[in-house]
Design a protein around this ligand. Structure first.
Ligand code: SER
Length: 322
């Protein structure tokens, strides 16, 4: 099955989060406001998110709350964006395991039981580890992460592929790099510095960065992230060789290079570097990604480079913060 006609009633978990909040609004544009249900656990949605379409409080680890929402809204498609990210996962590994594993299991089981059309389950560059090749990291490679977040992502990829083969649940997923965005702040991740740095540059003209200046990580601007997510969900399943583990590349830069790019627009901006526990996490991840499988199987192509992304971020955030 291809196209989006068979995805009529969509649920977005983690809809108040960094990706979920923008993804929900884009899906509402495409499928109609009333057909896209945003679900969050505790945080109140923005007025835009809360008022533009249905919003439900619920917890992915509580299957009965998920089940009620799915039933009430006749859900046939889930974008499962709820997760505990790498930094927060190291502070509370038990919570990360519970949310990332049991939450995913509940979503997949519901999709199986209700014979849903499609499920999106994001993975991450955190699925890689210190023994993975760091440059041009291949699609098929060593997956031995050292964070709780990373190991739940590897298990999640395998579980999702298992549901596809064993139960014919059409699950799809991407290994997101760090996502840079101007609407909702990320929370609890290692790549969060690349968003915080813009806020601080604009508000205070200085930033104390929690990774070293020479730390290179794969990143992506939100418009590309949203396009990738929706394009993969709309791809013809017959053309997909992979399902839940697509490498996804866009940008790769060091913290120092990002600071220099921002300085082109805000010359007085200064950065100090004070690596914390997240440095070790960053050091265990790749620097650049080979995403040729995504390009070949569903036509992935990023549109934002470092320069264009920086200009857009500064313009959007200046309007919001100044
Ligand atoms: N942005 C995530 C994190 O830093 C990686 O997927 O944890």
């Amino acid at each position: 099955m291809s196209g989006s006609d068979d995805m009529k009633h969509i649920l977005v978990t983690g809809a108040v989060g960094q990706i979920g909040s923008e993804l929900t609004m884009e899906l509402r544009k495409l499928h109609g406001n009333e057909n896209v249900v945003a679900m969050g656990r505790k945080t109140k949605p923005s007025d835009l998110l809360g008022n533009s379409g249905p919003f439900e409080f619920g917890d992915v680890v509580d299957k009965s709350s998920l089940e009620r929402i799915v039933k009430d809204h006749d859900i046939d498609t889930i974008y499962h964006m709820a997760a505990i990210l790498s930094g927060d996962g190291e502070k509370n590994p038990q919570l990360a395991y519970n949310v990332n594993m049991n939450g995913l299991y509940n979503v997949l089981e519901l999709a199986r039981e209700k014979e849903m059309t499609r499920v999106m389950v994001p993975s991450s560059i955190a699925a890689f580890g210190p023994t993975t090749p760091k440059e041009n990291t291949p699609q098929e490679t060593i997956l031995k992460p050292t964070t709780m977040y990373g190991l739940t992502k590897v298990a999640g990829e395998l579980l999702a592929d298992y549901y596809f083969k064993r139960f014919q649940v059409d699950v799809r997923g991407l290994r997101y790099p760090g996502i840079i965005s101007s609407e909702t702040l990320p929370g609890g991740g290692t790549t969060d510095y690349a968003v915080e740095i813009f806020y601080e540059a604009i508000k205070n003209k200085k930033y104390n960065c929690f990774v070293r200046e020479d730390t290179v990580l794969p990143m992506m601007y939100m418009p590309d992230c949203i396009n990738a997510t929706i394009d993969l969900m709309n791809a013809d399943v017959n053309k997909l060789v992979h399902h839940s583990d697509f490498n996804l590349g866009a940008l790769s830069f060091s913290a120092g290079q990002l600071a220099a790019e921002i300085r082109k627009h805000i010359p007085e901006f200064t950065v100090t570097y004070e690596p914390d526990f997240r440095q070790a996490i960053a050091d265990s991840w790749p620097r650049t990604i080979d995403d040729s499988a995504a390009r070949a199987e569903w036509g992935w192509k990023p549109t934002y480079g470092l320069e264009k992304m920086t200009v857009d971020m500064i313009e959007k955030l200046s309007k919001k913060l100044l």
